[in-house]
Design a protein around this ligand. Structure first.
Ligand SMILES: C[S@@+](CC[C@H](N)C(=O)[O-])C[C@H]1O[C@@H](n2cnc3c(N)ncnc32)[C@H](O)[C@@H]1O
Length: 410
């Protein structure tokens, strides 16, 4: 992540392990200012624990402001509340106050939230303190109306009240990042696209037609497919297996030999029919469902999805992983495969979404055009995002074309 410049000689960076023990002093010094500002009820000695800081560091949710000598003089700590970032702390050592460090820490958090395609950043703060609510309002935050405060944020406010903070003086504020949202119409268009694409779907996998990029490319592609197959075998997809967005069966056929029982789910009846016709296996039960509405009623030892995660819009990412958690039996694991961001994965007439955009136009062989969601996940960042949601495991690259991961709830 790039460093965010402040008025020199400060720099904003992701925190390092050696910073953690130095942050309590900064937080205590910053807290002392509240007593002078008419809030003696604040326990200035109460600071974020080392354990909380270490958790945020591991999840990539902690930033520091570093002075020219390398020492931290401020920090910002984010927690995910309902899957969206909540700015839990932003503290600057008063000895370094009034130099734009708070603003720069805030800018770093907002820049990260945008890149990670979150839909908003929230915080709770004092309405009547100049460097609290008015500061955030100037930075583009607005106060949430009571009916906009969901159960998770309400629980944060309740917890603060239990710690002695007067809820009447607290504001719950939000910075909207609307690019993370997609409407239902786009998700329906994505289903329509895959339904219409069934007869030509596998041209993509076998690198034919508009996906043909020559023999050398095909060899490299299938060498990486072998890496994926080996990783899947090693993950031992045994017992009751659930395959989400199974499509025409490219991976269903690879799961069948290992599973005792396999449920294959997709929103496209055409894909399910072709999958069934081809594999004709009694172990497999087919389910037609929309994954943005589906809730598991059974528990599985292994959940697999190939080339599905990239079609989950950022705003639905954490809800999707909550659904997966509910689908797992004790000791169960999730294995997924997806595309890496490489222009050669797409058809020759497709363009990958650039920057933080995630809506992509797809064309069928007959020229029909559809919009789909396409979010490219980078292994290290995805691993961090999953850790923040309570999943552990590894996400890896197979080389050029694919990423894959095997994770379990913590
Ligand atoms: C990129 S394909 C992957 C298919 C298969 N896993 C594979 O690797 O070949 C995406 C699949 O997601 C399915 N799909 C799209 N939207 C869906 C939704 N809302 N719920 C369930 N499946 C959906 C499509 O029908 C399609 O089969």
């Amino acid at each position: 992540m790039p460093a965010h410049p402040t008025s020199r000689p400060y720099a904003i960076e992701p925190a390092r392990a050696e910073d953690l023990a130095k942050l309590a002093r900064i937080e205590r010094a910053a807290n002392a200012l509240f007593a002078d500002a008419g809030h003696p009820e604040l326990d200035v000695a109460e600071v974020t624990t080392l354990e909380e800081l270490a958790h945020a560091l591991a999840a990539g949710l902690l930033w520091v402001a570093r002075a020219g000598d390398g020492e931290p003089v401020g920090f910002a700590l984010v927690e995910l509340v309902g899957g969206e970032p909540h700015l839990e702390e932003i503290d600057v050592d008063p000895a370094h106050g009034r130099r734009g460090i708070g603003r720069a820490l805030l800018a770093a958090v907002l820049a990260w939230a945008r890149t990670a395609r979150h839909t908003r950043v929230t915080l709770t703060t004092f309405r009547d303190i100049e460097w609290n609510a008015p500061f955030y309002a100037r930075a583009g935050f607005r106060e949430l109306r009571p009916e906009e405060i969901g159960a998770e944020l309400a629980a944060v406010v309740q917890d603060e009240a239990a710690r002695g903070l007067d809820p009447g003086r607290r504001a719950v504020m939000v910075f909207d990042l609307p690019r993370g949202r997609v409407d239902r119409e786009l998700l329906d268009e994505q289903i329509s696209y895959y339904r219409a694409r069934v007869p030509e779907y596998e041209e993509w996998f076998f690198r034919l037609g508009r996906y043909d990029r020559g023999e050398e490319h095909r060899r490299a592609w299938f060498a990486e497919v072998e890496t994926l197959e080996a990783a899947l075998r090693e993950a031992r997809p045994r017992g009751r297996v659930l395959e989400l967005a199974c499509g025409t069966g490219l991976w269903t056929r690879r799961l069948i030999p290992h599973a005792t029982e396999l449920i294959a789910l997709d929103a496209s009846p055409e894909a399910l029919e072709l999958n069934h016709e081809r594999l004709a296996c009694e172990k497999v039960r087919y389910v037609r469902a929309d994954l943005f509405q589906w809730q598991p009623r059974e528990r599985f030892d292994f959940v697999f999805f190939g080339f599905w995660l990239s079609h989950v819009p950022p705003a639905r990412f954490s809800a999707f992983w909550e659904t997966l958690r509910a689908a797992l039996a004790p000791g169960g694991r999730v294995f997924f495969i997806d595309n890496a961001r490489d222009p050669a994965i797409a058809a020759r007439d497709h363009r990958l979404p650039g920057g933080d955009d995630f809506v992509m136009e797809r064309v069928l062989n007959d020229g029909r055009r559809f919009r789909v969601v396409k979010v490219f996940h980078e292994p290290a960042e995805l691993e961090r995002q999953l850790a923040a949601l309570g999943w552990s495991g590894r996400v890896q690259s197979s080389g050029q074309f694919f990423v894959y991961g095997c994770v379990a709830p913590v």
